[in-house]
Design a protein around this ligand. Structure first.
Ligand code: PGA
Length: 254
């Protein structure tokens, strides 16, 4: 399976800086055996797309979406609006949204369903907090199971082009420099795939499960060489286009 890297800028870079990032990143030597996407703030999608020109790498992703396609929902952005702006993927249920905006599993599920319906690939983030991890493995398993099962009820697995993507992102590893040990991440990925298999059968083998949390150019290859880790969601190390270029090259096995 081809590896997939997603840069998550979070709330960084308005249109001017986004355009410059894309132009600089396009000058990087990029591997051919890795798929690459960049998740940019809503307002920067048009500039990112304009800077891409005819290039199709990186793919464009959004960092959230609303579950209705139009209507009286002040401040929200619909899936079809994102499609119109050229976004093919959307990150959903990132722990920063679950924590700061109190997004629930139910909301994430509604968003995932709407994104798929509009033809986008949802990238669903799951993962335990530090406090949950301290309670032990049974608690971590329970938390992840609950987060995954909430979306499994609504996701479709019958269209290969729109298969959902999952990202295991232990909250304690995000932005802390305390990356999760690859073996520990591997166990979580195997668990997530088992849950997917119960719902989607053999399609589960084709679902990409990414690891996220303090990934950088030095540790990415170890994650990607671990079975069941199909790619990475990269925050801090994606803010500089050259540093993300390094991550991309370190991910290649060519
Ligand atoms: P990080 O963020 O790479 O800065 O830890 C990852 C994420 O939040 O997706």
């Amino acid at each position: 399976m081809r590896k997939f890297l997603v840069a998550n800028w979070k709330m960084h870079y308005g249109p001017v800086k986004a355009g410059a990032w894309i132009r600089a990143f396009r000058r990087e030597r990029l591997p051919k055996d890795v798929d690459i996407a960049v998740a940019v703030p809503f307002v920067s999608l048009p500039a990112a797309r304009a800077s891409l020109g005819r290039a199709s790498v990186p793919l464009l992703a959004a960092q959230d979406v609303f579950w209705q396609d139009d209507g009286a929902f002040t401040g929200e952005i619909s899936p079809s609006m994102l499609v119109e702006l050229g976004a093919t993927h959307v990150i959903l249920g990132h722990s920063e949204r679950r924590i700061h905006l109190e997004e629930t599993d139910e909301m994430v599920a509604k968003k995932a369903q709407a994104a798929q319906k509009a033809g986008m690939v949802p990238i669903i983030c799951v993962g335990e907090t530090e406090a949950q991890r301290k309670k032990g493995k049974a608690e971590v398993t329970k938390v992840i199971k609950q987060q995954v099962q909430a979306v499994l009820q609504v996701l479709k697995f019958d269209d290969a082009a729109r298969l959902p993507i999952f990202a295991y992102e232990p909250v304690w590893a995000i932005g802390t420099g305390k990356a999760c040990a690859p073996q520990e991440a591997h166990e979580r990925h195997v668990h997530i795939r088992e849950l997917l298999r119960k719902k989607a059968g053999d399609h589960a083998n084709d679902v990409l499960i990414l690891y996220g949390g303090s990934v950088d150019a030095r540790n990415v290859a170890e994650y990607l060489s671990t079975t069941d880790i199909d790619g990475a969601l990269v925050g801090g190390a994606s803010l500089d286009p050259r540093s993300f270029g390094l991550v991309c090259r370190a991910s290649s096995t060519a």
